[in-house]
Design a protein. Structure first.
Length: 237
């Protein structure tokens, strides 16, 4: 008998003589939808294609990491916007920067624009959903900052509005999207578009991209720290 069908009956307990619950029947996949094993097989293929595309675009993330580290160390800020799963990715990234990724370094300024719920809901209530990120970009963003926009479809209206506002204010715009071409890829200064078919695979590759970006940032921060330390050692007493 498997763990799923074991009962909690104890000899002598009041419910010990009750018959065990019948074993649950295996769920039958809905017509046209794969079960777990078939989904995993299909998903693995799709995910591999997305990761291959990400690896091929590794120099983009390397460049973003260097650029963003230099900006953040100079006092600029990263703003990140996305909806649903992309919002979760946005907050994951900002947590790695304000906290740490894989090693100790100075904290870096980064804001996930969906995470301040009082401001967010006030803006939506007063100005509508299209302004939910754009108005925050206007409030927090300054020339020299970066807005990273995440959208698996590349067509989220509120994210596109945020990018438009950012460009008006002299804020650099980058995008993580699904397959290109898409409106967000065309609107931003630079884009990393994941060549995967499914939303879930695109989101998972975006998370890998977020971690790779953090690695690039950390490498640049450490490089600059070493250079500064070497100059201090060479300076006359």
């Amino acid at each position: 008998m498997t763990e799923l069908t074991r009962t909690s009956a104890v000899v002598g307990a009041p419910h010990a003589l009750q018959p065990p619950h019948p074993a649950p029947r295996p769920a039958t996949p809905a017509p046209g939808r794969p079960g777990a094993r078939r989904w995993l097989a299909d998903h693995t293929t799709d995910l591999a294609a997305g990761l291959d595309g990400l690896l091929a675009a590794g120099e983009v993330l390397e460049a973003w990491g260097r650029d963003l580290a230099d900006r953040l160390l100079a006092g600029h800020r990263l703003l990140v916007a996305g909806n649903g799963g992309s919002a979760a990715e946005a907050q994951h990234l900002t947590a790695e920067l304000v906290g740490r990724f894989e090693g100790e370094r100075t904290p870096l300024s980064a804001i996930a624009l969906h995470a301040e719920t009082s401001s967010l809901t006030a803006v939506v209530n007063d100005y509508g959903i299209a302004e939910m990120y754009a108005r925050q970009v206007a409030a927090h963003g300054r020339p020299g900052d970066v807005l990273l926009a995440l959208s698996t479809s590349g067509s989220s209206g509120n994210v596109l509005a945020a990018v438009e506002r950012a460009r008006e204010l002299g804020i650099t715009t980058w995008a993580l999207t699904g397959r290109a071409p898409n409106p967000l890829a065309e609107a931003c200064d630079d884009v990393l578009a994941v060549p995967a078919r499914s939303t879930s695979a695109v989101q998972e590759v975006h998370l890998v991209a977020v971690h790779a970006l953090c690695a690039g940032i950390d490498a640049r921060v450490e490089q600059r720290r070493r250079v500064r330390a070497a100059r201090l050692e060479e300076a006359p007493a």
